[in-house]
Design a protein around this ligand. Sequence first.
Ligand code: MF3
Ligand code: CO
Ligand code: CO
Length: 249
Amino acid sequence: MSELIKESFEKTRLAGNIASRALDEVAKIAKPGISTNEIDKLCYEFINDNGAYSAPLFYRGFPKSCCTSANHVVCHGIPSDKILYEGDIVNVDVTAFKDGWHGDTSRTFEIGEISVKAKKLVRTTYEALMKAIEIVKEDIHLGDIGAVIQNHVEAEGFSVVQDFCGHGIGKSFHKEPNVLHYGKKGSGDKIKAGMIFTIEPMINLGNYETKTLKDGWTAVTKDKSLSAQFEHTIGVTKEGCEIFTLNKT
Ligand code: MF3
Ligand code: CO
Ligand code: CO
């Protein structure tokens, strides 16, 4: 591994670890009655206290430190006074910027007891992310990642959002390549050791289509069905990959 790649992995590991630990803290307060603003405040403070910045804050005009996407919100939900109730699901997406490098991760939290269907959606979304990560190594095609996710999700009767994708990440928050969460095995560019990107499937209970609300950010399912998401930042190696945003649990 070249010195440059080594450095990029080391720096992303540090940023990713802070982002992941911020979500470990969110897990402790993600209970019925909490507002998404309270989650945002915790993320802002935790990331700052660890010597990093929240990359979403003021990114292209985004007003908060994390995204909080509840129920039928697919992604980019803006924290507000909105209260989370028993039975809700909420994705919290944080990105730490540390020493010039980014670490981006999200998890979907269950608020109290949730329905059997919602539980299955959340579990399947997580499985899809981890199954995709399992196949990542030098020389696979980008389309292989999408195929694994799509096959797993559609076998369970759910649909893959197509309007948003994973992305290269490093000194910039979002860069090439686009990492689609659907596709055909063997399609797309081959990936190389040293590449760093996110995989972040958004999976809907109903139809895959989304629309963006008038605030210019909040993406929701067109049919108002539930949507879940998990995200990791990973670095490709010859034999596999390293997950930079692993949770300890
Ligand atoms: N963290 C999101 C992603 O996974 C991007 C959020 S951009 C923001 O790529 F501006 F909405 F924060
Ligand atoms: Co991302
Ligand atoms: Co993210």
